[in-house]
Structure formats: structure tokens, C-alpha cells
Design a protein around this ligand. Structure first.
Ligand SMILES: Nc1ncnc2c1ncn2[C@@H]1O[C@H](COP(=O)(O)OP(=O)(O)OP(=O)(O)O)[C@@H](O)[C@H]1O
Length: 299
């Protein structure tokens, strides 16, 4: 099931001095895996917690499936919001939490939850307080996946998990999403690890939405160029250089912006190799201090 999320001129003030969210507007058609990126304190959790009805905005509107989500029973159980360690009562046992979750989300798949608990080696009788940080994260991830909620949000929910568990989660997420298409929003600082999953990317910076773009299109706005140093320098004239490295007579640079067919043709003639740039490198560039909004939009 695909549910549209519409956010219009959203603002959030925790106190009068600082805007956690400032005039944020976007629309998610749904049925995709979205990456929500932003530096520390950029407003990701604030935004996601409003979408999940955990708190109310100060200004602006949110519509999920056409309705305001806050204290809206019909919408609340369509959204599963998983935060690292965010919602678990420490004295509960794993099986109590699973039972609660199964009551919350109408699409809950109990067999799938059991399989995931097994895979993550989470003992049903253990109390939450006796779980390690990684095990708590794995429990959150289990709930998020098994909820099969039409909108499932993972807010840094897998940070505590070790690398094999995280990779298992990424694989499982993709497999389950293909079998049961729904809207997934992943907020993460582990961009390199997760970016292949993203179909669309949103970037927040200091409470403002600075970019919403298809992941492939965003990737195409950056390029890595390698070749003889002189030729690379000539090629780079007028482009925004994100990073550069020189080894002997060879130079490699990463650049931001459309290259254009003419420049690409010249590059090949000059013996330069053009390759892709990671989303992480582009993110670092787009959220670095002093980047103007025109550059974000037009490259
Ligand atoms: N409960 C709160 N009371 C006051 N200010 C808050 C509260 N929660 C968040 N903030 C402030 O709101 C801003 C956005 O915080 P938020 O947690 O949404 O950012 P984030 O992008 O999720 O950050 P991180 O990546 O570090 O988790 C920050 O300036 C933060 O200090």
C-alpha cells in the first residue's frame, strides 16, 4: 500500500531562540526507500518524530494519506517509527515488547518476527535492561521490519549493531521491501553503507530542507576524474573541486556539477578517466559551511 506524505511550511521551535525545523516543504509519493540525511542537529529526528505523531509542529502542516497525523488513530498505526533505544521500557522482556508491537501494527507478521529474533539471537525471556546496545538495536530493527507498516521509519536505529548484523539488516530490508513494497525512511550517518538502498534522498541542514532528489540523479551531479596532472588541471577549470590527490604525475579530483557532453568528449581525448562519486562525498560537500542554495539546486 502506498501512502503519500505531504509536508508544508513545517516549523518547530523547542525554545524561542532556535528553529529545529524552518519552513520545510516536500512531498513523498511513497512506495520508495528514502534516505534522510543531515549533519548532527540538522532536524532529522525532529522531522521524523512529527511524521510519526510523537510530537506536534509549531507551524505548518503535515498530511499523511490526506490527514493530519497527530493523535489520529487511523494514521498512527500506519506508521512505525524505530529509534535507537527510543521507546522500550527497561523492565519488559523481549517477548512482552514483541507482543505489544504485534498489537500496534495491523500488518504484523509474527513468523517473520520470530525468524528475525532467531537470526539476531535475541532471547525472548530476557529483560530489555539485560540486552547489550547492539541487541536493543536488533530488537528495534526486528520490530520495524515485522511491523510491515505502510510507512516504516528507521532513525539511526541500527547504529549499535555490529557490521555483520547491520549488513544482514540491509539485505533483509531490501528483500522484504521487494516482497512487500511500502515506504521506508532511513535516517543515517552511515551513508556509505546504506546509500545503495536509497531511491530518493532528502537533505536537511540547520532545520531547512536543502535538497530532495532521486539518488541516481544526485549521484550524476558528481564525478571523479583521474589522469595526467596537467590535463586534469585544465579539465577542472571552472568546476567546483570537492577533493584532490596527486601521486607523481597523476592527479585525481572529484568535482560537483554537470560536466556537459563537450567537456566529457575532451576528457576522453586527453586520456582522462571519468568515474562516479559517492553520495557521502556529495553530502559532505552540500552540507559544508558556506555552500549557497543555488549550487545545491543547479550543481
Ligand atoms: N527536546 C529538545 N529540546 C530542546 N531542543 C531540542 C530537543 N530535541 C532536539 N533539539 C534541538 O533541535 C535541533 C534538531 O535536533 P534533532 O535531534 O532533530 O537533529 P538530528 O538531525 O536528528 O541530529 P543528530 O544527527 O545529531 O541525531 C538541535 O539543535 C537540537 O539541539
Amino acid at each position: 500500500m502506498t501512502i503519500t506524505i505531504e509536508v508544508s511550511r513545517l516549523g518547530l521551535l523547542y525554545d524561542k531562540s532556535a528553529k529545529a525545523l524552518d519552513d520545510v516543504t516536500f512531498r513523498l509519493e511513497g512506495g520508495k526507500i528514502y534516505g534522510l540525511l543531515g549533519r548532527n542537529g540538522s532536524g532529522k529526528t525532529s522531522l521524523l518524530s512529527i511524521l510519526a505523531s510523537f510530537q506536534q509542529q509549531t507551524s505548518g502542516e503535515v498530511r499523511i494519506d490526506g490527514e493530519a497525523p497527530y493523535e489520529n488513530e487511523r494514521i498512527v498505526n500506519q506508521v512505525c517509527f524505530i529509534q535507537e533505544n527510543g521507546y522500550l521500557s527497561e523492565s519488559f522482556k523481549v517477548r512482552d515488547v514483541i507482543k505489544l508491537a504485534s498489537d500496534c501494527w495491523p500488518n504484523w507478521d509474527a513468523d517473520y518476527a520470530d525468524r528475525l529474533l532467531n537470526q539476531f539471537e535475541l532471547p525472548a525471556k530476557k529483560q530489555i535492561m539485560a540486552l547489550s546496545r547492539g541487541m536493543k538495536s536488533a530488537l528495534g530493527v526486528t520490530i520495524g521490519l515485522a511491523s510491515r507498516a505502510p510507512i516504516t521509519i528507521f532513525d539511526e536505529a541500527y547504529l549499535g549493531m555490529d557490521a555483520p548484523s547491520r549488513y544482514y539488516f540491509y539485505e533483509e530490508l531490501l528483500k522484504d521491501y521487494m516482497e512487500h513494497p511500502r515506504t521506508i525512511i532511513l535516517s543515517t550517518h552511515l551513508i556509505e553503507e546504506v546509500s545503495d538502498l536509497f531511491e530518493e534522498v532528502l537533505i536537511l541542514d540547520k532545520g531547512k530542507l536543502v535538497l530532495q532528489e532521486e539518488a541516481d540523479k544526485l549521484r550524476s551531479r558528481g564525478s571523479a576524474i583521474i589522469g595526467p596532472a596537467d590535463a586534469v588541471d585544465q579539465f577542472a577549470e571552472g568546476l567546483t573541486i570537492l577533493s584532490e590527490q596527486k601521486l607523481g604525475g597523476t592527479k585525481s579530483i572529484t568535482v560537483f556539477g554537470e560536466l556537459g557532453a563537450e567537456r566529457e568528449k575532451r576528457a576522453t581525448a586527453d586520456g582522462l578517466t571519468i568515474g562516479p562519486v559517492s553520495l557521502q562525498d556529495l553530502f559532505v560537500h552540500l552540507t559544508r559551511k558556506g555552500i549557497g542554495s543555488d549550487e545545491r539546486k543547479h550543481g
